[in-house]
Write a new protein. Structure first.
Length: 408
């Protein structure tokens, strides 16, 4: 909002608000059971929506751009440092299949939604690329596809608004499903049952507080965590930039070259890949670092705040209500296919909901849900499986975007 109480160039105040809202969300999640049920991520997102829609903070600022370009890439390796690379398939193999099926739900929903609405929404080929990549991976894929396909800024903003409103609604639905008898009677839910059995001895603590218990973290841990993350980000972005310049791309270049450029020149794809290689070759080094998950999670909470800020409800109602329908169709197909396949292949309800969450919101929001619900055994696997979405999301988004572009 141009007439917001706090101006876009008031950088220190806006940084302070983002950090304070993130901190408040974490504290509420760990202190109160109601907050733990809906997760700190949703509290952060909804708080930001309220602040921007009431005109307290602007909907655009260099501070928000810094979070997208600086905070997100730094958080990714930090969140992966304690993933045991050698046990990825052992721990996550079961969830990988349903995750991939859920991704097919995103693809199918995007294709159907595109053909239904392509005559009514401009630049839907580019928006389809952005949303399909995002709803397989996460916000980093959305950012990558936005940069790649160069969608108009107003359409990107409208897509973000629709996306944020849909994600907030969808996450609330996912949180509520395990409490409903309809789903409990049709799907096995051992993790829910285990949490309910342990609730009597929880001592008043929320599940999030129990998970994020105090750890032994030294100054050296903080230095190694942040320093190593920065090192990986710098090297990855340089490698991606090298390939982006080396591999030809553009309107006059074949689909294959454009696809290769989009993949090997993708900052986040190279970052995730390089981080996994580092974990594989230097497992003892990363095992010795404490605190990286805590730091990375806090940075992701800053991102949760920022993605809620552009969610202008009047804007989506006045300017782009069809975009809300577009993303709603995608999300609906994803959830329906995930539940159907999960029932067919006898997956637990918790696994189905987490992979759907990982598709639509990314692995960190899925992990936040697992933490909030107390499904401790599923936190590690969903982080690993959800991270695969970061990798394949750009493939899917690029492929669909280029295909859709031939029909616009």
């Amino acid at each position: 909002m141009e007439n917001s109480l706090i101006k876009p160039d008031d950088l220190i105040t806006l940084w302070g608000i983002i950090v304070i809202v993130a901190a408040m969300s974490i504290v509420l999640e760990q202190k109160y059971s109601w907050a733990g049920k809906i997760s700190g991520a949703i509290i952060a997102l909804v708080s930001a929506i309220i602040l921007s829609n009431t005109g307290i903070i602007p909907t655009a600022s260099p501070v928000y751009d810094a979070v997208w370009s600086f905070i997100i890439p730094l958080a990714i390796p930090l969140l992966l440092f304690h993933v045991n690379f050698k046990k990825i398939w052992q721990e996550s193999g079961r969830m990988l299949l349903i995750f991939l099926i859920s991704s097919i739900g995103t693809i199918a929903g995007t294709i159907i939604s595109f053909f239904l609405l392509k005559d009514y929404i401009p630049f839907l080929d580019r928006i389809g690329a952005m949303m399909s990549a995002s709803y397989v991976g996460g916000g980093v894929n959305f950012a990558a596809m936005t940069a790649k396909f160069e969608a108009p800024e107003d359409m990107v903003s409208a897509a973000i608004v629709a996306d944020n409103l849909m994600m907030a609604t969808f996450f609330v639905i996912l949180m509520a499903i395990p409490t409903l008898g309809f789903f409990r009677s049709r799907f096995p839910h051992p993790h829910v049952q285990q949490v309910e059995k342990e609730s009597e001895t929880a001592g008043g603590k929320t599940n999030a507080e129990s998970f994020w218990k105090r750890q032994d973290i030294s100054l050296k841990d903080i230095a190694l965590s942040i320093g190593t993350a920065f090192f990986l980000v710098i090297i990855s972005f340089k490698i991606a930039g090298f390939f982006a310049e080396l591999i030809p791309s553009g309107d006059g270049v074949s689909f294959g070259w454009n696809l290769l450029n989009g993949l090997f020149g993708d900052n986040y794809l190279i970052l995730t890949t390089l981080t996994f290689l580092a974990l594989a070759f230097f497992p003892r080094y990363f095992d010795s670092i404490n605190g990286s998950q805590e730091i990375g999670t806090f940075l992701i909470y800053l991102f949760f705040v920022v993605i809620g800020i552009p969610a202008s409800i009047p804007l989506i109602i006045q300017n782009a209500p069809l975009l809300l329908i577009f993303v709603a169709i995608i999300v609906t197909f994803n959830l329906l296919l995930s539940l159907t396949a999960g029932k067919l292949f006898k997956y637990d309800l918790e696994e189905i909901l987490l992979v759907t969450n990982a598709n639509i919101g990314g692995p960190t929001t899925a992990a936040a849900m697992a933490i909030a619900k107390g499904w401790k055994e599923l936190i590690g696997p969903i982080l690993v499986v959800g991270t695969i979405g970061y990798i394949i999301g750009n493939y899917i988004g690029t492929t669909l975007g280029l295909w859709f572009g031939t029909m616009m």
